[in-house]
Design a protein around this ligand. Structure first.
Ligand code: HEM
Length: 406
């Protein structure tokens, strides 16, 4: 059906609405699953490293030994008061530190404790932070006097519970919302239909920069989600899949960062002046961009409307925070201490999930959500009627012929 034949009525977007309804149902199901997980038992951090401890006992598998060793070491840390360095004290059989389990001299147990009690220089430096609750201890373990590092617990809850669950809820919630909008409201049409006359909107450098940044962002998002949610997403596919995908994700995550950063800088140089707030933005926000009904005028806008300005500033400010915290995580302890590193990780994860949710909305409105929008970033030219409806003041600046083409 021709675009220009009858404008809004000339386009049949029923297929989009059906697809939106199906997607909404899928995301609703995933959201419900998330809510169930949210109220399921708290995540606990358990040592599950599958190391092979030397010196298997007869009848025991190395995996069992490794697990017992780790469990014993955890118990040693938990119950330090019971398992001090006294030779008479109860020492879990496999509580070895950097000791060699094969060594004859280690059989009485106290040597294990000694080995375990001496941290490396790096460990000692990392653990020696001021924001801790410390007492006095005569035990030879350098952290024996450390009762609590309260922020460590908050950090763990923040990372493994709050951000993980809230992030999943934010991303799935946004995906559900957008699908529901597509199903109920349908695609935003060009009310007058396409005129067939186009105006130039974005040049080659602008489009090239946009797509480089967008692809880098998508790469960072997918690999980041794989890192954060890999256990839920990949483990069901098998441990080998988890290993392979985890490896690719970890390296991929680092590789996409430079092009993302470069894109942000170029976009900031090209578009900051056009994204400064103005009075028009208030009017645009008050009218919801004119998106929610097919009658009534769209509020006037220059090159970028208030919604696009929010997208722009989320990309620039959010992106720069991501790059700063990300580079910090790539160089641990170079310029931040333990508390600083913990904050860097929390901020990186929290802003990441928010940005993914914001950009889902951007991707939606720039593609399926609005008829004619993608042309701006694809060919660089938009239909005059689209421009008149969404960026009327900009159209007058670039193409003073004011009349709308039927
Ligand atoms: C991959 C899917 C994406 C699509 C289909 C898409 C589409 C578009 C379109 C059509 C425009 C032009 C809108 C106009 O004519 O005014 C645009 C602009 C823009 N895009 Fe994207 N985009 C995508 C991803 C991204 C990502 C991931 C980022 C940033 C990390 C981004 C940042 C921007 C910015 C800052 C603008 C200018 C401001 C605005 O129009 O909102 N885009 N995008």
């Amino acid at each position: 059906m021709s675009d220009s034949a009858g404008g809004v009525r000339g386009r049949d977007f029923t297929g989009y609405r059906i697809a939106g309804a199906i997607a909404a149902l899928i995301f609703l199901f995933l959201l419900a699953w998330q809510v169930v997980l949210l109220f399921a038992a708290d995540s606990t951090v358990r040592p599950e490293v599958a190391i092979r401890a030397a010196g298997d006992s007869p009848g025991m598998h190395s995996g069992t030994i490794a697990a017992e060793t780790l469990a014993a070491r955890t118990r040693l840390l938990d119950e330090r008061y019971r398992t001090g360095p006294s030779p008479e004290a109860e020492v879990p059989a496999l509580a070895e530190g950097r000791a060699n389990l094969d060594s004859e001299s280690m059989t009485d147990g106290s040597a294990y404790t000694r080995a375990w009690s001496v941290p490396t220089e790096d460990e000692a430096a990392m653990m020696h932070q001021p924001d801790r609750i410390e007492g006095i201890s005569s035990l030879p373990y350098s952290n024996a006097a450390l009762f609590e590092r309260p922020f460590g617990r908050d950090w763990r809850i923040g990372m493994s519970d709050i951000i993980t669950h809230m992030g999943a809820l934010a991303i799935l919630g946004m995906a559900f919302l957008l699908s529901a909008v597509l199903a109920l409201r349908g695609r935003v049409p060009i009310r007058q239909g396409k005129s067939g006359r186009r105006v130039h909107r974005f040049g080659f450098v602008e489009r090239g920069t946009h797509w480089m940044t967008a692809l880098s962002f998508l790469g960072l998002s997918f690999t980041g989600i794989a890192i954060a949610y890999g256990e839920t997403l990949f483990v069901p596919l098998g441990e080998r899949a988890m290993g392979t995908l985890g490896w690719w994700s970890t390296w991929g995550h680092v590789l996409f960062a430079p092009t993302f950063f470069l894109g942000l800088i170029v976009m900031a140089v090209m578009w900051t002046a056009k994204n400064l707030p103005s009075k028009l933005d208030i009017q645009w926000i008050a009218k919801g961009g004119g998106f929610f009904s097919d009658s009534g005028d769209h509020p006037p806008a220059r090159k970028f409307n208030a919604g696009q300005k929010m997208v722009f500033w989320s990309a620039i400010l959010g992106g720069l925070i991501m790059v700063a915290t990300g580079v910090t995580l790539m160089f641990p302890y170079y310029w931040l201490d333990l508390a600083g590193m913990s904050w860097a990780m929390l901020i990186h994860a929290a802003i990441a999930v928010l940005l993914i949710a914001v950009f889902l909305a951007h991707i939606y409105i720039g593609s399926v959500g609005m008829h004619g929008a993608i042309d701006a970033m694809w060919s660089g030219k938009v239909d005059r009627n689209w421009a008149e409806e969404h960026h009327s003041l900009w159209l007058r600046e670039v193409d003073p012929k004011k009349e709308r083409t039927p």
